[in-house]
Design a protein around this ligand. Sequence first.
Ligand code: ATP
Length: 883
Amino acid sequence: MDGEKTHWHTLNPREAAQRLDTDPRRGLSAKTAAARLEQYGPNALAEGKKKTVLQVFLEQFKDLMVIILIIAALISMATGEVESTIVIFSVLLLNAILGTVQHFKAEKSLASLKAMSAPSAKVLRDGSRTVVPSTEVVPGDIVELEAGDMVVADGRILENFSLKVNESSLTGESEAVEKFTDAIAQAETALGDRKNMVFSGSLVTYGRASLVVTGTGMETELGKVAALMNQTQQRKTPLQQSLDNFSKKLAVIIMVICAGVFALNLYHQLPLFTKDGILSALMFAVALAVAAIPEALSSIVTIVQAMGTQKMAKQNAIMKDLKAVETLGAVSVICSDKTGTLTQNKMTPQKIYADGSLLEGHDLDLVNDVQRLLLKAALLASDATTDRETGDIGDPTEVALVMLGDRIGIDEIAYRAQHPRRGELAFDSDRKLMSTLHDIDGVPTLYTKGAIDTLLERSSFLLTRNGPVEMTPERREEISRVNMDLSMQGLRVLSFAYRELPDFRPPTLEDENGFTFIGLISMIDPPRPEAVRAVADAKRAGIRTIMITGDHKVTAAAIAKQLGIFRDGDQALSGVELDALSDADLDQRLEKISVYARVSPENKIRIVGAWQRKGKIVSMTGDGVNDAPALKAADIGVAMGITGTEVSKDAASMILADDNFATIVKAVVNGRGVYTNIKNAINFLLSGNMAGILCVLFTSLANLPMPFAAVHLLFINLLTDSLPAIAIGVEPAGDGLLDQRPRDPGEPILNRSLLLGILVYGALIAAATMGAFFIGLNAGGAGLAMTMAFATLTLARLFHGFNCRGEKSIFALGLTSNKASLGAFAAGVALLAAVLFVPGLNRLFQVTLPSAPQLGLVALLAFAPTVVIQLWKTVRDAVKKHI
Ligand code: ATP
């Protein structure tokens, strides 16, 4: 703050707050915070060194294809074709500009995705607690931390409740480090010495704390490391890498063929070589190279991926990188939490069990001592509140308990005030219990609620209307039976117990023993209506859904049945049963198990691993701190946007903005859609190129004049072909995507059937183009032949855009279901018309204007391949239907 470096860890909390002009109880004022944001800039790490526009622009010329084009331009210049040279250079310039624009657009769209998944922080501003995006945290802010949070700035701890953090992103040390309020360490050599400070990038694994922010953004320890490494090189996705490899191989093949064509053309001129002859042979080779290189391919793939992720984000699935979209389309097993993801997490009380009788919740009778104590434990050992105006606040399980009291007119807040809490042991998913200590007429009494499997075995007595009696095996059996009956109806059952403690000291985990069991309260958490449909959709798509929950096995299996996850012959397994299985046994039973209950985070990792051993691509959901390793281990880790901890969001590759299972299935289908669209766009671009190659090869072998000039092919590849390719890329995800099996992630995108399609489609278009070429050659010579061939190739490829929209015929897909494809076609035709008819422009493209009937023939010939392809698709679909 004051210019020179402050050793924050040597100051006590009050001094630190003073230095930063902040009030530890009220935090900064909104006005000061805004001014500091202005002064210090957003709290974010610089993304390595950003490239300048000029750098990106110049990079566009580093490409092999551009070098070939420059050679083409030089050759054109040497032959005196100034117009051609101008066109090629303008095309190169245009291409470089487009490439630059696209680079920054992709960067912007990634940045917006990043912003959506950026962590938030709880800060005190003007005396109240608000949640702000981590980028808006400023020095002097008072930040509150709790387990599961990500530390977003460096800060001096003000108040500490057993805080433990994982600082591995800074120190590499994965063991959690305990923090203190007052430990003023002298040495400053390692972070570990500054135990009264927390650092940006750490994860809170345990406890709570409040801190005053001392450094943000690049001024944090993490920022300094990042600045040193100047990292974040954007990695290419596997698909981009495989396409890059393909392009490289293609370039070599093209070079070899070009050399062959050049030699062949020279051979045709034997025995006399002229300068013009050699140059024309060169032009042939150049045309072939230009025809073959898919100039727009890589940018189109990126555009389609970026548009796909934007669409997914609108549908509540926020992808953290483009790579995940590809993997998402290949997911074959979805492991999902139950509560809140598959169910609504809206609990309503149902039956209760106390003093040997099972009754409806609304029949609860306060005259009965056991029933009264059951409600007392339920209200005291929970924190939730319900209110008509402010709505329900707190854990839905606890809200259900409060609702039970509400029904008979008990106000939970007033009731709790009568029996103040003197200590507590908070709920945690591993222990599955929560206890609170109260002063009941001077007697320290611990009320405990939680999972029956844990609580029942810790109970030595059972409360009856005649007072506590010994908990015999028969009584235990009876309670378990009631629990089983309720659980089989899909109800969540919570059990309650109490015990008296010798004095009012803070309770410890050892105190959660020797209870007197009171009774049970069951509650219903209905499945989300859309989840049933989503499970069915997933099944149709060949994707297995597995339920993984902390809830009771029987309850979980009952809900899984209602959702269609658990089918006849399936098995449900508890975490303990899973622990007892060897890997080999698990592998053998895996396919049968559709529900895992009472699981630990370690169990989740094992389940992911077992499915992966079977070659499956697994998605796993998680919300807690401990889920992070399982999310990382899964192919697609899915975090909950609403209830998830920052740690889980950090570990995930996808965040569900609505915590909804149906969103996962939708995202997988979208992932498939993006992949399929990219494949179709590649099919379109390469089959069009194939047509060009075949024409050039054919004419050079047959010693005919050139069918196209390099500018023609550039015009097609970069302009008229790009538009339908993008339109194919945004093809709406059809229902057909659900009928496919999950993709084998090992299969290359350019598989045999795709390559065969490229060859056949290419040959059909080439045949039509050559038809037009010969008509032109006979009617008006080489100039007309070239124009007619060029116009036919352009138009045929524009028509071909409709063929590549999907597997099915255009009638099945619907001509108007992709408006972009119609727009792309119209724009392409307009561009072609401009080149043919606009004076000046047609000179640049060496156009010899065909007559009206000749143009009619061009249109017919260009349409012919599409008619053939569509007829074939229609017949094939009809035959398929009848088999
Ligand atoms: P999922 O993993 O599907 O989200 P879940 O919400 O049921 O499942 P947890 O919240 O870990 O998982 O709950 C596990 C068990 O702990 C529950 O079945 C219940 O018996 C008990 N439990 C849940 N909430 C509380 C609570 N607030 N107090 C005491 N016990 C609870």
